[in-house]
Design a protein around this ligand. Sequence first.
Ligand code: ZN
Length: 129
Amino acid sequence: MMIHVDVPTRTREQFVNITGQVQQAVQKLGIVDGAVTVFVPHTTCGVTVNENADPHVVSDMLQQLDRMVPLRQPFYEHAEGNSAAHLKASLMGCSLHLIVTCGHLELGVWQGIYLCEFDGPRMRRVCVA
Ligand code: ZN
């Protein structure tokens, strides 16, 4: 069984905290003790776990990713013009494998699950199984 979570993004680049939606999906799936996979079926967004307390952490990550992967490069050949988004998506990865105990995601106190948008705004889909 798999649950789809639809996540709207509002800007070109944005980290959206989806911890609550993933936790709800874990409960709907009836996973008590085990593991869950979170997968984004996209090529210009990713998924990651990082700090959920200070919003500057994700804004710092976005700024540093921009420095590592500039929006425009003279050698980009991808005709769609969004090579930077594809590169950043691969840096973040497209799936997570998380532990579930007693029906709850086993995350650290400061950890949250983020959908990492790099080519928004648009509606994204997250698969939880
Ligand atoms: Zn593309």
